[in-house]
Design a protein around this ligand. Sequence first.
Ligand SMILES: [Fe+2]
Length: 127
Amino acid sequence: MAVTLNRLRMRAKNYDRQAKSYSGAYLFCCIFMLGPRTLYRDHNHAAPELYVNLSEKSGWRFGTSDWKDYPAGSLIWNPSGAPHATRVYEQPFISVFVWLENVNSRCNLVHCDDWEEIEHELAGLGS
Ligand SMILES: [Fe+2]
């Protein structure tokens, strides 16, 4: 009987250790939406980020690369600290996004000289 109790105590300690090793390891997941003709300006954050695009078409820019359009079902991976921006055309943008760690980190704007030009172009869509 003493052996059984000791084993139970050992298991309880192991579970407790495992629970402590996972404490603080959580993620942030939500539905993210932007209205039509919107520029979600270039920004970065310490949180690595995964998007699952649900909209038919959305534009993305990573760092200083050119804009590229992505279809519904595409995955966008933004590593920690990497600048990125999203532009939304005539239809609203809907996605699922997940921050995998550093979920309390700040979102920092990364200035680009073309924001006003892009916003002007988006405002003129469909007119
Ligand atoms: Fe982001």
